[in-house]
Ligand binder design. Structure first.
Ligand code: FE2
Length: 294
């Protein structure tokens, strides 16, 4: 699937941009299915907000259970002072996560594309398994920032093998909160871990907390995306249908969406079956729902 040049670029930069990886028609199908899931979502009972800023505070039982289900998380800014949504539900959801690649036919079809397994193997992931999926809406006006992080913090294996496949379902631009990556920074250390909050019995945890590993600062995202200064991040403005492959140690970031245009994206994370997956990882599957091979 990949040329020697592309593999070398991935090793050098920690990411790879593959334009036109999927057709716009396929993007549209996934987008429509995502909107259908949101339409069918009944949020009255419990409202889980997702923000990477305060993941400790917002990681709760619904978050842990979403590791083997399909859950809609609200944008932090979706609610007014009265606690009611200030825009329609379909414009209020931050993301759908985290197992729809195994629980939903349309997502399964999109995710188990044999090309992904081939690419993962070509990049050194032995026996790649599909671990986690997220459909990210980055809603107009209220789409939240995803603070700078390394995916291995949230999906840890020993050795580190987590590899991200990020699909632009809609065009991603500076205005609507495109992804930013720090080329070469995947060679730095893993800064922190995100662990279930009951280390003695992870199955009894009711949330997850960060544990510091290395104090080396992550690269600083630009204060103004249109005039980025003194940042090692580069913007990945890409058209719908583009896939970006992300190394698990690569610091990446996306800003808030203040524009009138949404920025839908789908991300699927793979790990190697040959690596150890600790039981303190927030995402745990029940025994009758094993990970699928890519
Ligand atoms: Fe990420």
């Amino acid at each position: 699937m990949l040329t020697a040049e592309q593999r070398a670029a991935y090793d050098r930069d920690g990411f790879l941009v593959l334009p036109d990886f999927v057709s716009v028609a396929e993007c549209t199908r996934l987008r429509e299915r995502a909107l259908q899931i949101v339409d069918e979502w009944e949020p009255s009972a419990r409202r889980s907000v997702f923000t990477t800023n305060e993941q400790t505070r917002t990681s709760n039982q619904e978050f842990l259970d979403s590791g083997f289900g399909t859950w809609c998380f609200f944008e932090e800014d979706a609610f007014g002072p009265d606690g009611e949504l200030t825009q329609p539900k379909e414009l209020s959801i931050n993301k759908i996560g985290h197992a729809q690649h195994d629980t939903d036919d349309e997502f399964r079809r999109f995710s188990y594309d044999p090309r992904l397994g081939t690419i993962a193997r070509e990049l050194g992931v032995v026996e790649p398994l599909a671990l986690q999926s997220m459909y990210i809406f980055k809603q107009p006006r209220i789409g939240g920032e995803v603070t700078c992080h390394q995916d291995a913090t949230f999906l840890y294996t020993d050795p580190i093998t987590v590899t991200g496949f990020w699909f632009a379902i809609e065009n991603a631009t500076l205005d609507n909160g495109c992804l930013w990556a720090a080329p070469g920074a995947h060679r730095g250390p893993l800064r922190q871990l995100f662990k279930r909050d009951d280390p003695d019995d992870p199955a009894r945890a009711t949330g997850a907390v960060f544990e510091a590993l290395d104090a080396t600062a992550l690269p600083t995202p630009p204060a103004d995306v249109h005039h980025p200064r003194e940042t090692s991040f580069v913007p990945l403005e890409v058209a719908a249908g583009t896939m970006v492959v992300l190394h698990g140690l690569l610091p990446h970031w996306s800003g808030p969406n203040h524009s009138a245009t949404s920025r839908h994206a789908y991300s699927l994370h793979a790990i190697s079956a040959a690596a150890d997956y600790p039981s303190w990882n927030w995402l745990q599957r029940p025994a009758d729902m094993p990970l699928g091979a890519l």
